[in-house]
Ligand binder design. Structure first.
Ligand SMILES: [Zn+2]
Length: 252
């Protein structure tokens, strides 16, 4: 089913403000108001990337509300307002969305860095991803990577930084399911997380390094990431190993 609201974060990750109209609102007792807009730039969270935060401002009177998070409910991106902000806007109100852009851009850089990490670990060691998570500026990835060691982690950090510094373009594509599944190694996670029956697959390509099915937001070129530093690694069992990274402004 096509959602009411257009979901622009998937097609233009750099869109940070947008005029929209309130399409529906839910204000059940004891919960924060939930808004659906006719179009939005909020990322609803998923794939280890947290949901966006931001402000919506009513065009008519300049009143604004803080959006504490967004999430997907039944295919719609739903905006959750901070509690105790008085009456929410009404259906039909024209609003202007203003994302917390510093936070979102940090998440885009972090997410792209994690793809570069994933690409290097796959290319050089053939290790599959078993999980991952991020905050603005830092993140972790878990790999099925039995022989990981401190020396390998140092080599991985250097390789990731070298790849980021090359300035590789990052491309978003939406492919029909059959075409997407014909790409070898597209599904890099240990378990294929794509739901049955999905018609189109969105892919993120770091040209020359990494190609994955993915729903998140990323920067357009690896040079925007800066560099990374590995802040830790740990064993989560015989096979599963975790690598933690943080962004650094300049490549060390
Ligand atoms: Zn991603």
């Amino acid at each position: 089913m096509t959602p009411t609201g257009a979901q622009l974060c998937y097609t233009d990750a750099y869109l940070r403000t947008l005029d929209a109209r309130v399409a529906s609102i839910e204000t059940a007792d004891g919960t924060n108001p939930l808004l659906i807009l006719d179009q939005t730039v909020f990322y609803p969270g998923g794939g280890g990337q947290p949901a966006d935060r931001g402000i919506i401002l009513r065009t008519a009177d300049g009143r604004s509300w803080t959006v504490r998070a967004a999430r997907k409910i039944g295919g719609e991106i739903v905006h959750e307002l901070e509690p105790d902000q008085g009456d929410p806007p009404a259906v039909g109100d024209q609003v202007r969305i203003d994302l917390d852009w510093a936070r979102r851009l940090a998440l885009m850089r972090t997410h792209t860095a994690l793809h570069a990490l994933c690409g290097v670990v796959w290319r050089d060691y053939g290790a599959l991803v078993t999980g991952g998570n991020m905050e603005p500026g830092s993140g972790r990835m878990d790999f099925e990577f039995e022989r990981m060691s401190g020396d390998l982690v140092d080599a991985i950090e250097a390789s990731v930084n070298a790849e980021l510094a090359v300035g590789r373009d990052v491309r978003v594509n939406v492919l029909p399911r059959d075409e997407a599944f014909a790409i070898p190694d597209l599904i890099r996670t240990k378990v294929n997380l794509l739901p049955e029956g999905i018609e189109e697959i969105r892919t993120i390509e770091i040209v020359g390094l990494d190609l994955q099915a993915d729903g998140g937001t990323h920067v357009a070129n690896t040079s925007e990431v800066g560099g990374i530093r590995v802040t830790g690694y740990e064993s989560k069992g015989r096979l599963n190993k975790r690598i933690r990274i943080e962004l650094v402004e300049a490549i060390p």
